[in-house]
Design a protein around this ligand. Structure first.
Ligand code: DGJ
Length: 731
């Protein structure tokens, strides 16, 4: 398993455990894509490219009418030389020309994987995990160097790609488009999976047959967004959860993106992904470079489930960082749905005290503790404790809670400013805006201009001040609106279209600084829930609040969709009150607990209002989650029933060594004449015997997977059941 190079043919074979990816330099220096799929021992060119003269497909060399860039599979396409499909990049010169011509120059092979300057990316823990090849391409006329980076994670069937542009010419140029990857398949026998949604309804799965022309998902909202995730997968039409081919692409980036699939008239399929070229350009002065974000490409020959488990392994071990990477995460109680803005010190202490009694480990003080924030209309930016609500100060409150044996966490929305705030009054130019135009507001707030260093410094210092004064071990980092009126007063005219990307670079710099200043603090990303749940954020903050929708039934879908890419340890999941605040549904406390236990578990309700019986149930849930959280947070997820298909959902988590597993089944509505259903668990050791810890029954792993367990017939809406099995010790 390694990157094999045939120096004579200039052929590059990225050979992983189960996958192969092959490309080669051909005729006059063009880099073509030859194969990506199931691993092969050696590539000898059986799938020859047939060069032929096709009508309206132009020829870079008039002597050879059979050669056209329009009809051959390429690795990274330029604009203007005859390929009329979507180009991977485009430049503009001072004379207005937008044409360039990329040819092979050289290549370099590395052990391990180099860092991406200023950007989040997957990394190696040991240089032996991966190999990287840089293929250096050149546009001779302009002196533009385009370095294509490919890293092969040998054991994981993962290839990451990114691109670096360097201007070694004599005049400045402008990048108009700079995608992170592009790959050409030689057929169109695919369906495309993407994740769409909205606030409170994130990560719905869409699967559609691809057709000729372009199918595109994107965000131009300044954030990766709940509307579309920066993810797409091509699957064969018979690919299921457990079988069939999957080619998946996920961008490690938190801002505007594009991901598209284009089918040409000859049934070739081009997939490309990267920063959204809409409203983007980047001025590249002589000797300057521009680095694109990274795309993580996963190949699975065993269905969508295996794709997810590959992403989960990679993201938990090679993307998330810091002290909490391999630590079990604390069970928390958050006061947001309990109090919203209406709380005082006493109320907070009483919820925390109750939480402590129930075994909860962390109290999180949500929005409303600073400035004069009694609703959504003021104080963002003024990160100073509100003495009306917390008269004895944050330090005292945090100390009271931590000395009772609980940890203390706090909410910030650092990227924002309210018009009614001291920060805005002092620095009205610090928000993203267009001079002389009225603001477009979102949640009645404005976005700070993170392309400016002084703004970034303010955020770092104001958040640091709070974190250094009190015993705070957790931060919830919120972001509750998208970016409008894009532009920065700070940037010259010719750099205005850089603002969105510079914002994200500023955000990454701020987060990098804060997580390295406070390594003992667990940071959780949030954007009105899962509005910016992406791999870029996970590099800095190893968990994200999955959705503001805490209804257990909605959550079965939201968590299922999110789990396509992100592991359970990264997904915040809380039990809230009923009727549920987002959809009004009344579900049993048991079901709410079972569903929240599929993620990073916590509560979000007024614990002081629980009945005695409810408190007992919560206490039991907390105790149980502590016992099983290692299986959920570090084990493997197998999805069983897909809630998008109908009336039920089911999944199981298996511990790494396969000695334990936990399974959950949720039924939405109770049906008349309902069939008796069987659930077949997945991913177990067929040779182990497993004991049901609730009933004491013992079954072989093979029986549990192939025969399955009969699901009890319970006449009740929103019913759920959980099984926990442990391996029977050999006598
Ligand atoms: C949106 C978050 O998702 C909620 O959990 C809560 O923190 C609110 N913001 C506070 O304004």
């Amino acid at each position: 398993m390694s990157i094999k190079i045939d120096e004579e043919k200039l052929q590059f074979h990225l050979q992983g455990k189960n996958t192969s990816y092959v490309m080669q330099v051909i005729k006059d220096g063009y880099l073509v894509h030859l194969y990506w799929g199931k691993r092969i021992n050696k590539y000898n060119g059986s799938n020859k490219i047939i060069f032929m003269d096709r009508g309206f497909s132009p020829n870079p060399n008039g002597q050879d009418r059979t050669f056209s860039l329009d009809t051959i599979p390429q690795e990274y396409q330029a604009f203007g030389n005859g390929d009329f499909r979507i180009p991977a990049y485009q430049i503009k010169l001072n004379n207005g020309s937008r044409i360039s011509d990329l040819r092979y120059k050289s290549h370099k092979l590395y052990k391990g994987k180099p860092k991406l300057e200023g950007l989040p990316a997957t990394y190696v823990n040991d240089y032996k995990e991966a190999e990287t090849i840089e293929i250096i391409m050149e546009d001779k006329l302009t002196g533009l160097i385009v370095t294509l980076n490919y890293t092969l994670y040998k054991e994981l069937d993962v290839i990451t790609r990114s691109v670096k542009f360097t201007n070694l010419g004599e005049e400045e140029l402008r990048l108009l488009r700079a995608l992170s990857m592009s790959v050409d398949f030689r057929d169109d026998d695919f369906e495309m999976i993407s994740l769409y949604g909205a606030h409170n309804n994130e990560k719905n799965i869409e699967r559609r047959k691809i057709v000729s022309g372009i199918q595109l998902i994107d965000s131009c909202r300044g954030a990766s967004s709940p509307q579309q995730a920066p993810f797409l997968a091509l699957v064969r039409k018979d690919t299921t959860e457990d079988s069939g081919e999957v080619y998946a692409f996920n961008l490690v980036y938190s801002g505007n993106f594009t991901a598209q699939v284009q089918v040409d008239p000859y049934k070739n399929t081009r997939v490309s992904m990267g920063i959204n070229p809409f409203d983007f350009s980047w001025l590249l002065k002589v000797n300057e470079s521009f680095q694109t974000p990274e795309v993580v490409m996963v190949y699975s020959q065993n269905g969508i489930g295996e794709m997810s488990r590959t992403y989960h392994k990679l993201y938990s071990q090679n993307l998330c960082r810091g002290n909490f990477k391999n630590k079990v995460r604390p069970i928390l109680i958050n006061n947001w749905e309990a109090t919203y803005f209406d709380f005082d010190e006493k109320k907070i202490e009483s919820i925390a005290k109750e939480g402590r009694k129930l075994g909860i480990e962390l109290f999180v003080l949500d929005d409303g503790w600073f400035g004069k924030r009694d609703d959504e209309n003021s104080s963002l930016g003024d990160w100073i404790v509100d003495k009306r609500k917390i008269p004895n100060g944050l330090e005292r409150l945090a100390n009271t809670i931590t000395s009772s044996g609980m940890e203390f966490g706090i909410w910030f929305e650092p990227e924002m400013v309210s018009i009614d705030s001291d920060l805005y009054r002092q620095h009205p130019d610090w928000c993203i805006h267009v001079p002389n135009r009225p603001y477009t507001l979102g949640r009645n707030q404005l976005v700070l201009d993170l392309s400016r260093d002084d703004v970034c410094d303010y955020i770092v210092e104001s958040v640091s001040y709070i974190l250094s004064k009190s015993p705070i071990t957790y931060v919830k980092w919120d972001m509750n609106r998208h970016i409008t009126d894009i532009g920065s007063e700070f940037l010259p005219c010719e750099r205005q279209e850089e603002t969105s990307h510079r914002y994200i670079l500023g955000l990454y710099k701020v987060m990098d600084e804060l997580v390295s200043r406070f390594p003992k603090v667990l940071f959780e990303g949030c954007s009105s829930g899962g509005g910016r749940f992406d791999a870029g954020m996970l590099y800095y903050m190893p968990q994200t609040w999955t959705s503001d929708n805490t209804d257990a039934i909605c959550r079965t879908k939201i968590q299922y969709g999110t789990s396509l890419i992100y592991p359970a340890i990264t997904m915040g999941a809380h039990v809230s009150t009923v009727p549920n605040h987002q959809v009004g549904r009344i579900t049993p406390l048991e079901t709410r607990g079972h569903v929240a236990m599929a993620g990073n578990f916590g509560y979000e309700l007024d614990l002081t209002k629980l009945t005695k019986k409810e408190s007992e149930v919560v206490k039991e849930q907390v105790k149980l989650y502590k016992e099983i959280r290692e299986i959920i947070q570090f084990g493997e997820l197998y999805r069983i029933f897909n809630p998008f298909d109908g009336n039920e959902a089911a999944w199981n988590f298996v511990s790494k060594d396969k000695s334990e597993f936990i399974a959950t089944y949720v039924k939405v509505l109770s049906l008349p004449a309902a069939p008796i259903r069987t659930i077949k668990f997945k991913g177990l050791n067929p040779d182990h015997d497993y004991k049901d810890i609730f009933t004491g029954e013992i079954f072989g792993g093979d029986e549990l997977m192939n025969v399955g367990i009969t699901i009890p017939r319970v006449k009740q809406d929103f019913f759920s059941i959980q099984w926990i099995f442990r391996q029977v010790e050999e006598p």
